[in-house]
Design a protein around this ligand. Structure first.
Ligand code: UDP
Ligand code: MG
Length: 308
């Protein structure tokens, strides 16, 4: 069986369009698991309408908005298929690509990643920041994370059980997927315009995702802070030596400029390093609390025994 996992947050007008598109494309047994991520519009009612008529349309309704990554994890914990597809619920990920993805799974690939080929349907700002972020992430992390890879993926149950062994709270699923290995292939697709509604990723949530990706996939930033810190301390030491010589030679000038520059520069670097440490401590803090990733309010056509 194929499990299609779709996190939805305020996508009321997209639900039936998605379900219809999937039904017309996938011909073998499948279940659609909508994860209602605390929607405040009619999303849940729309899913309920479909679920009433069709046992294969299922829903996990979360108690509040837990974010796209956690919603995906909820879906994966309930998925029962031996093949799994995750996709967005706004028609930006074309269902027409699914047959090709399944074919590749049958040919022996464990994961089929997809990469956005065109970017016209994304704003220039988002493109630029995303690019920058992935470049940065690859510099600082030991795990290679491909840019432009979408949360539109197909994988088999081996990969699913690997993913479910990750118990970390600070989820960055894209990073996890490239960390686990397995035989994978990446295919390109054209992002479609959003069917209805607007994007839920604003600048703030993109920044949060970027920080998550940074702190959960590498210690290099900490090391970098340490290295810059050491270098600057060394320079400062040299400068002090130089200043002392000047002093004994009676060449001292008011020197306000150099002083203020040194103080500000050092202060800046220190703040940077401390801020960075703070980020790691914050994610440790979240990690040690071991809070649940999501809480379920309601299940449609599913029960708790389905949960892995
Ligand atoms: N989404 C979610 N929870 C959130 C934000 C988004 O489940 O807190 C879902 C959303 O409904 C959509 C998918 O995640 O199905 C991708 O979100 P969106 O289309 O807003 O992102 P974009 O395509 O603009 O990157
Ligand atoms: Mg979208």
């Amino acid at each position: 069986m194929l499990s299609i996992i779709i996190p939805v947050y305020n996508e009321a007008k997209n639900i039936s369009v998605m379900a219809d598109a999937l039904k017309s494309i996938v011909h073998h047994p499948f279940e659609i698991i909508f994860v209602d991520d605390g929607s405040t519009d009619e999303t849940l009612q729309q899913v309920r309408l479909l679920a009433n008529d069709n046992d294969n349309i299922k829903c996990i309704s979360l108690s509040r908005n837990f974010g796209h990554q956690n919603a995906l994890m909820a879906g994966m914990e309930f998925a029962r298929g031996n093949e799994i597809i995750t996709m967005d619920g706004d028609m930006q990920h074309p269902p027409s690509l699914i047959p090709e993805m399944l074919k590749l799974l049958h040919e022996g690939y464990d994961i089929v990643f997809t990469r956005r080929r065109n970017n016209e349907n994304q704003s220039g700002f988002k493109k630029a920041t995303a690019n920058l972020f992935y470049r940065f992430l690859n510099v600082i992390s030991d795990t290679k994370i491909e840019p432009n890879v979408a949360d539109f993926k197909a994988f088999n149950h081996k990969v699913l059980s690997a993913i479910l062994r990750f118990k970390e709270r600070e989820l960055f699923i894209r990073g996890i997927f490239s960390w686990i290995g397995f035989k994978s292939i990446t295919i390109g697709f054209d992002v479609q315009p959003r069917h209805s509604g607007k994007t839920k990723y604003n600048f703030g949530s993109m920044m949060r995702l970027a920080l998550k990706g940074t702190t959960s996939f590498g210690f290099k930033p900490l090391r970098l802070a340490l290295m810059i810190g050491s270098l600057i301390s060394l320079l400062a030491f040299g400068f002090a030596f130089f200043a002392l010589i000047q002093y004994y030679n009676g060449n001292t000038v008011p020197g306000w400029a150099s002083l203020i520059i040194a103080v500000m520069f050092l202060g800046g670097v220190q703040l940077l390093a401390i801020g960075l440490l703070g980020e790691y401590i914050a994610s440790l803090f979240i990690e040690v609390k071991k809070r649940p990733l999501y809480l379920v309010k309601d299940l449609l056509n599913l029960d708790d025994e389905n949960r892995k």
